[in-house]
Write a protein that binds this ligand. Structure first.
Ligand code: ADE
Length: 223
């Protein structure tokens, strides 16, 4: 898989994409993530990429030309499955969408911008708009990092024990069961007996019951 992220603030994306599972997945060749500075596609001598909005509202708007040039350049190199725009007015990201996207080959993620981008880009070039939740971020970079993380960890091999992505919260619309590690008694706080029993079937049954109970109590909307 290849993910191309277009942004005016590439620095914000450096650290979230270069640690832990995302780093390993890139080193192992499971995914190539490329971050592109939109300013490199500006024809303006000061590398400007935004301008005042028509209509006189406050804030600056990303212009069509640099975005169009960046996307056109990438499309001249390969075919893309989706050109995603991160925005609070997009469809809300969930595990089902992350699963779908993890099966694709090439993705462009265009990071949203403080006051937005020229709407013509959204009308003509964007194939999917995604929000990471009903709150407003300063820009789309953190949303692009969240989206990339949610996708990449689902690529087979990205997580050492493949079971662990399958048993994540939400994979079957259930929250994950509680987990514990040694010691079994910490200051009198006990690990549930069943987990120490070695009885595999009973443990799986207990985990499922815990998942169901926690989902009903904490996220009844998922059921
Ligand atoms: N840009 C600003 N807020 C956002 C959000 N909630 N999701 C995705 N992109 C955003």
């Amino acid at each position: 898989m290849r993910i191309d992220i277009i942004t005016v603030l590439p620095e914000i994306l450096e650290s979230p994409l270069n640690y832990s599972i995302l780093k390993r997945a890139q080193e192992n060749g499971l995914v190539n993530i490329h971050v592109h500075n939109l300013r490199d596609y500006s024809l303006d001598k000061h590398h400007r990429v935004d301008d005042y909005p028509f209509g006189g509202q406050a804030g600056m708007v990303l212009q069509c030309e640099p975005v169009d040039r960046a996307i056109a350049f990438l499309k001249s190199q390969r075919t893309y499955d989706e050109v995603i725009y991160t925005s609070p007015d997009g469809e809300t990201l969930n595990q089902k969408i992350a699963n779908q996207l993890s099966l694709l080959q090439n993705l462009i993620i265009l990071c949203g911008h403080y006051k937005g981008i020229d709407y013509r880009i959204r009308e003509h070039l964007i194939t999917r708009e995604l929000s990471i939740g009903d709150y407003v971020l300063t820009g789309g970079e953190l949303a692009a990092a969240v989206l990339s993380d949610a996708i990449v960890r689902l690529i087979p091999g990205a997580i050492g024990d493949e079971q662990s992505a399958l048993s994540d919260s939400f994979q079957d619309n259930l929250l994950a069961p509680p987990v514990y590690t040694r010691p079994s008694d910490y200051k009198g706080w006990q690990v549930p007996e069943v987990l120490l029993s070695g009885h595999e079937a009973k443990i799986r049954e207990w985990e499922l019951q815990q998942s169901i109970e926690r989902t009903q109590r904490l996220r009844p909307d998922l059921g």
